[in-house]
Design a protein. Structure first.
Lengths: 422, 309, 329
């Protein structure tokens, strides 16, 4: 915002600058000073833990590199769809920002040739040696390194309320397959008044991520990878859908009218036993009083998927025709350092992608997740969160699930899912 | 209290009021409740403290600890909402007032030129106006972005204005673009409403004025404009509501930043990945809706009368 | 001697003001034609509409003939109707690797929604208007209450209706329960979804229909009511035979505005379901936005938008034409 209490000299400079700027072709939104050293970063973390995280990251960067100016702009909007629209407009008018918040992996196909290669400048040996195979593959588009992943959320979790499970007589560590989860739900339903599985179905995303988690079990890592490459095995796909159908018997009766928050609150209040979600849900647990990790709530890897860390990431890519190439590369390199990632993830509730980060500042749950991550055999990308399949295919998959939510027909949906790649 | 004319068979109830009237009033009140309940639910939710909000019994007031599950009473969501939405409200007012006045005036002028002054071919022009009412807004978002960001150098042309005129900032160019867009898209319906009104005006009066030698402009200013006041009320109220509540054009043209209007800010209010703050969202929604609600409460009668005139 | 300037002036200004203000005839000069003299009134709005509304539509139509998928600039050199063929038949267009579904499902849902919503809204508005017309006290209060929902934005009403349709605590199900019907799933129920959306929209806009009909009713002279009563007609018959036929103008006027509101159903659906309302509630507008913004198939999205526009016109044109024929347009 223009500082109206500024010194008069600034006004004179502004006046001179206006004439100069008026001569330039219109720039997109952002600060009027479009010096080559000013980074323009667009993101959608306008509230909550995401906002705290990006502020921490930028604060750390400014300390380390005080000479680089920042013009970070939050794009207000639900999810990142508005952000994508803005970036699209900027790209079409050949006025790209320096970088923006996006999912890596197949999502990068959306703006295919808008990115530039940062191997060597940013992806030096230090980064290459310290990123595990999965995230490192996600940072590439068709083999070229274009983006720097910043955080990792796990998808294949199963959170539970300890007290409810104790009342039901269920031991969460004894479950080893999706079928065990269904049996546990039945036990909870029989022995307590709580809702066994707090799922919400007003949007398709929770169901899609639940299904892909179970697919990781029914098909194994090979079956999962076959699916995302378009060669899915129908029986694996259908078995995962059948499991979701079985679980749906144990959803809250108003599942279609509630969102993630209400479902999560049910678990926190002891009215539900299990919830399957990404580990951002644990952020709400940390904020709740008297609801502590290991005491009132716990997490297991979704039964049947041990050894895999199904993940979702955010990243900052490097755009071609960059208005501030050097500064942006400096920033991206900074994001690739362990210190920066710890700063960011401490607020965000996720874990750093680098395997050499010092996670002592993160909370206990994050540290346990980090350990799991580094010991995982495979780090498959999530379908629901855009990493695994291109946007067109992802929309087809979401459409298949929107039909699934209406009729719970596993056969028809299995066909629709396999057809999503055609 | 007599309840007006009673016609055919009356069935007296015990209280002396005819059964028909009782049933009539019961129906009216029931319908009133039907229209008010969702709003009431929002109000109750917005007065709950976010920490104690459970989502059960949304239509009951937050009477914890008297009624468990209803949450604790708190004004905090409203305070937070007003803080966070302040800038958006200002921007919305800057947007709505000129756009409403402009589209109303221009609509009245267009209707006059196409109705009261009659000439051949005007009906064709009028039909193109009417067809413009049915444009789906989603279809024109991309052309609009291209127009305001790539074709028209409004941003650069506006900077001298922002520099020399006090209180006007650089980012206000986006609001100017939005005002022009909303005026253009509101014109078809305004013209339609005014034309319906003007057709009912007596021709003799206009004839007499013409015979007296009054120019077209004079007739408009002296005769038509004063007679249009009821219709202006309707048009203003309608346009005020539509423009205030519009989200799509705001997202497309303003996109983000200091020029965001209140509907844009509502979208992300209280939403983060770890959860949604419903009391805050409801309080925000009600704060954003207050101006339009007030307009309807204060001017609803004029609206209804204007539609009748 | 005739001053050349006077001749010129007379040519330009023409004769004296004509009293009938009619169309130009031979000998009428350009500047004195009514269309030109009134141009300052209708021309600026027409220009605004021409540029912003029709310019945008024109660009849309042009785009729908290209292969544009969001990357780079559209190739206006090769235009074809491929997108429209795919829209109605499905298939794999040349610009995509994946097959694209035709739009019949969305088209059907849109027609059902618009027609159903408009019809129920008009009926409910009429009934309310008849009730309010009965010389009641607190008429202003009731009228204002019925109008209030129209002032709310969809971001607000979507959340309200998620509450209302909640199978456990929602008022709709509580009301059903009072009559003995079990809790009914509404929000993700393929049979009820579209009706539920139409119901929510009717709630929001029937107040407008009521106001229009109330005005129309009040415009009918009391003598009509009296005459019908004297003839011994029952109330229902009186309304049906005598009053309602006279409300045609009001109906058309309300219908036009209601169609506009029906087109805005997109905002409501998007607030409730995001990009994926499900096959039973997918309308052309949500399909268009999904194709353009989620998939990046901009040209295809434009084609769908053109279809939507034409469909809206098609629904309203018969009524507008009939009004035109009666000279009441």
């Amino acid at each position: 915002m223009t500082d109206r209490k500024g010194v008069s000299r600034r006004r004179v400079l502004q006046g001179a600058g206006v004439a100069a700027v008026a001569g330039l072709a219109g720039c997109g939104g952002g600060s009027g000073d479009s010096g080559a050293n000013s980074i323009e970063l667009l993101h959608a973390w306008s509230d909550g833990d995401g906002n705290a995280a990006i502020e921490a990251l930028i604060g750390g960067f400014q300390e380390a590199h005080p000479d680089v100016e920042f013009a970070e702009e939050p794009v207000n909007g639900a999810a990142r769809s508005n952000l994508d629209q803005v970036v699209q407009n900027r790209l079409q008018s050949s006025n790209p920002p320096s970088t923006f918040q996006t999912w890596p992996g197949q999502t990068l196909n959306k703006f295919g040739d808008a990115y530039d290669d940062i191997e060597g400048d940013v992806w030096n040996d230090d980064l290459k040696n310290n990123y595990l195979e999965g995230p490192q593959a996600q940072a590439q588009l068709d083999g070229t390194y274009v983006t720097v992943p910043l955080n990792i959320h796990r998808i294949n979790n199963l959170f539970y309320n300890r007290n409810v499970l104790d009342s039901a007589g269920v031991d969460p560590s004894s479950m080893s397959s999706p079928g065990d989860v269904v049996s546990a739900c039945e036990q909870v339903a029989q022995n307590t008044d709580a809702v066994p599985f707090a799922q919400q179905t007003s949007g398709t995303w929770s169901t899609t991520q639940l299904w892909e988690t179970i697919l990781l079990s029914t098909g194994g890592i090979d079956g999962y990878e076959a699916f995302i490459n378009g060669n899915g095995n129908r029986s694996d796909v259908k078995a995962a859908l059948d499991s979701v159908v079985a679980l749906s018997e144990h959803y809250p009766s108003d599942a279609s009218s509630i969102g993630l928050t209400e479902a999560n609150t049910m678990v926190m209040d002891g009215e539900a036993a299990f919830i399957h979600q990404g580990d951002w849900a644990a952020g709400a647990y940390s904020n709740a009083d008297g609801f502590n990790y290991g005491e009132q709530w716990g997490q297991v890897t979704y039964p049947g998927t041990s050894g895999s860390y199904l993940l979702n990431m955010d990243s900052f890519p490097f755009l071609a025709n960059n208005p501030s190439p050097e500064a942006t590369k400096t920033f991206l390199s900074y994001c690739g350092t362990a210190e920066a990632q710890v700063l960011f993830n401490a607020e965000k509730g996720s874990i750093p992608p680098r395997s050499d980060a010092d996670v002592s500042q993160l909370n206990q749950f994050q540290q346990d997740q980090y350990e799991d991550f580094n010991n995982a055999d495979s780090q498959p990308p999530s379908v629901e969160h855009g990493l695994a399949v291109s946007p067109g295919i992802k929309t087809n998959i979401s459409s298949a699930f929107s039909g699934f939510l209406e009729n719970y027909d596993a056969d028809a949906t299995a066909d629709a899912l396999l057809n999503a790649f055609n | 209290m007599s309840f007006g004319t009673s016609t055919d068979e009356e069935t007296e109830t015990g209280t002396g009021y005819p059964l028909r009237r009782v049933v009539l009033y019961i129906t009216l009140v029931a319908m009133g409740a039907f229209y008010l309940i969702p709003i009431e639910t929002g109000v109750m939710t917005s007065l709950t403290s976010p920490g104690s909000y459970t989502g059960q019994f949304p239509y009951l007031p937050p009477l914890e600890p008297l009624l468990s599950g209803t949450g604790e009473f708190s004004l905090q969501p409203w305070q937070t909402a007003v803080d966070l939405l302040g800038q958006g409200l200002v921007n919305s007012v800057i947007l709505v007032v000129p756009a409403t006045i402009l589209s109303g005036l221009l609509g009245s002028m267009a209707a006059y030129g196409l109705t009261t002054v009659s000439w051949r071919g005007q009906i064709a022009i009028y039909i193109t106006f009417v067809a413009g009412i049915f444009i789906p807004y989603q279809a024109v978002l991309v052309p609009l972005t291209q127009f305001w960001y790539n074709v028209v150098p409004l941003r650069t042309a506006f900077q001298p204005v922002a520099y020399w005129v006090p209180f006007i900032q650089n980012y206000h160019w986006k609001l100017v673009a939005l005002i022009v867009t909303h005026t253009a898209y509101g014109l078809p319906i305004c013209t339609l409403l005014f034309r319906a009104h003007y057709k009912k005006l007596s021709d003799e009066m206009i004839e007499a004025a013409r015979l007296d030698g009054a120019s077209i402009y004079r007739i408009y200013r002296r005769i038509i404009l004063p007679l249009s006041v009821p219709m202006f009320a309707v048009v203003f109220i309608y346009q005020f509501t539509q423009i205030w509540n519009d989200l799509l054009f705001a997202l497309t043209i303003v996109q983000f930043g200091d020029a965001s209007v209140v509907t844009q800010e509502l979208v992300g209010l209280g939403v983060s990945q770890s959860g949604t703050n419903f009391p805050l969202r409801m309080a925000g929604a009600l704060v954003a809706a207050l101006p339009t609600l007030l307009v309807y409460v204060l001017f609803g009668e004029k609206f209804a009368k204007g539609v009748a005139a | 001697m005739h001053n050349p300037l006077t001749i010129l002036r007379r040519r330009l200004r023409g004769r004296d003001a004509r009293t009938d203000g009619g169309a130009t005839e031979d000998g009428e000069s350009f500047l004195s034609r009514e269309s030109v003299r009134s141009a300052p009134f209708w021309l600026p709005p027409a220009l605004l509409i021409g540029v912003f509304v029709y310019g945008a539509i024109g660009w849309n139509v042009l785009l729908s003939l290209t292969d544009f998928t969001g990357l780079g600039t559209p190739d206006y050199g090769s235009l074809d109707f491929e997108n429209y063929v795919v829209a109605f038949q499905g298939g794999t267009p040349s610009w995509s690797e994946l097959t694209v579904d035709p739009i019949w499902n969305s088209l059907q849902n849109t027609v059902v929604l618009v027609v159903g919503f408009a019809a129920v809204c008009l009926v409910l508005g009429l009934l309310l208007a008849i009730l309010v017309d009965q010389e009641i006290r607190f008429e202003n209060t009731f009228r204002t209450i019925y109008l209030l929902p129209m002032s709310l934005s969809f971001v607000v009403t979507a959340k309200f209706w998620l509450y209302m349709y909640n199978p456990q605590t929602g008022l709709i199900n509580i009301a059903l329960g009072a009559f003995g019907f079990g809790p009914v799933e509404i929000v993700q129920n393929p049979d009820l979804k579209l009706a539920a959306i139409a119901f929510a929209l009717v709630w929001q806009f029937s107040g407008y229909a009521m106001v229009v009909y109330l005005a129309g009713l009040r415009a009918i002279p009391d003598s009509h009511f009296e005459a019908a009563r004297v003839d011994g007609a029952s109330t229902v018959k009186m309304y049906w035979r005598v009053i309602i036929p006279q409300l045609r103008t009001a109906t058309v006027s309300a219908l036009v505005v209601l169609t506009v509101f029906a087109l805005k159903a997109f905002d409501f659906l998007f607030s409730m379901y995001g990009y994926q309302p499900g096959p039973s509630a997918d309308i052309l507008a949500t399909r268009m936005v999904r194709e353009a913004y989620s998939n990046g198939n901009w040209a295809y999205g434009s084609a769908i938008a053109v279809v939507l526009f034409l469909m809206a016109l098609a629904i309203v044109s018969p009524y507008i034409y009939s009004q035109y024929k009666r000279g009441a347009l």
